[in-house]
Unconditional design. Structure first.
Length: 339
């Protein structure tokens, strides 16, 4: 996915996509294929989808369907650079499409800019927009995470995408700023003077004229990174040795997020594999549908991107110091696991 996004980014810079059809066929469809959609099957990826066949000829550029005639996603495509100034008109058009045949998500894109709408929520259509990304401006890892979270076939099928979109829409203005600043805060803690993640978040929000108290920052980070315990039985693939973790102190709870991060570290340090391969191994071991589930724990939920996490991995002692700062209550466990 990353190499595909980098190639698309380069082509956008070189103005290779000359019209709307170029964007739809050579850019959007290419991303959809990476996300698990069969772009060669019109029953799954339906171009020029007629919304209400018995009433009019209104058509959506692309409809993604998990089941016949029940669209999960509408995608309206414009020529590269043609989205600005037309958003209001396109939103009105897509609002009408969703009245009679509602998709879970609606997406507007000109290839570079992508706007994600959760169609099932109440209110004006413009207020349903919960996520915007820019292929030329956003980092590759952040783009990959957004696409996987909201457009991958598996995440839509298991309703994780829907649940995440609902959470995004519930954020207050202050929370949205904190969420936007959290990745930068994660970078800041890696550089002198090595402030804590809550303090880095507070400082960055202040630059946006948003006042965040230490209690608010700590609670937001706690809520943002909270994960549900894995209840499914974990089976070991024959080709992968399951690492037996050291026992934790009886009075200390080890989070699922931390154990996944440590598993990735062990694959890199003990098996000498690359970070991306390590996330795949850990995801397979834990019976996850996608490695992005593990990668998310190592990056977004720590306020980092993949490059920053790889930088930490290159120095075990620095990784230990970083994890101890993030999980101070588990310092002994972390040092014992990575000794």
């Amino acid at each position: 996915m990353q190499s595909t996004l980098e190639d698309i980014r380069q082509k956008l810079r070189e103005d290779v996509y000359k019209n709307e059809e170029h964007v739809r066929l050579s850019l959007v469809s290419r991303i959809l294929q990476e996300l698990g959609w069969n772009i060669w099957n019109p029953e799954e990826v339906n171009t020029e989808f007629v919304v209400v066949p018995d009433e009019d000829n209104s058509k959506v550029d692309i409809a993604l369907l998990l089941r016949s005639y029940l669209p999960s996603v509408f995608i309206e495509v414009k020529a590269a650079g043609k989205l600005q100034g037309e958003i209001k008109h396109i939103e009105t058009q897509l609002r009408d499409y969703n009245r009679n045949n509602t998709a879970i998500f609606t997406v507007i894109t000109d290839g570079q800019r992508w706007r994600f709408y959760y169609s099932l929520t109440a209110g004006e259509f413009s207020q349903k927009c919960f996520k915007t990304i820019d292929i030329l401006k956003d980092e590759t890892e952040e783009l990959e995470h957004s696409f996987n979270s909201f457009l991958s076939k598996s995440e839509i099928a298991n309703e994780n995408a829907r649940a995440t979109a609902e959470r995004y829409l519930q954020l207050s203005q202050k929370q949205r700023v904190m969420e936007d600043m959290l990745p930068q805060a994660g970078k800041a803690v890696l550089e002198p003077p090595f402030s804590s993640l809550p303090q880095a978040l507070i400082d960055l929000c202040a630059r946006k004229n948003v006042v965040v108290t230490p209690a608010e920052a700590e609670q937001f980070i706690k809520d943002y990174t909270a994960v549900k315990p894995i209840k499914d039985h974990i089976q070991e693939p024959k080709s992968v040795r399951v690492r037996e973790p050291q026992p934790a102190r009886a009075d200390t709870e080890i989070s699922e997020k931390l154990t996944q991060i440590l598993d990735v570290c062990h694959e890199v340090y003990e098996r000498n594999v690359q970070y991306t391969e390590a996330t795949k191994i850990v995801a397979q071991r834990r019976s996850f549908a996608s490695p992005s589930t593990v990668a998310d724990k190592c990056t977004r939920q720590l306020g980092l991107n993949a490059d920053r996490f790889r930088k930490l991995l290159s120095n075990k002692q620095r990784m230990i110091s970083f994890l101890v700062k993030q999980f101070p209550e588990n310092e002994g466990y972390i040092r014992n696991e990575l000794k």
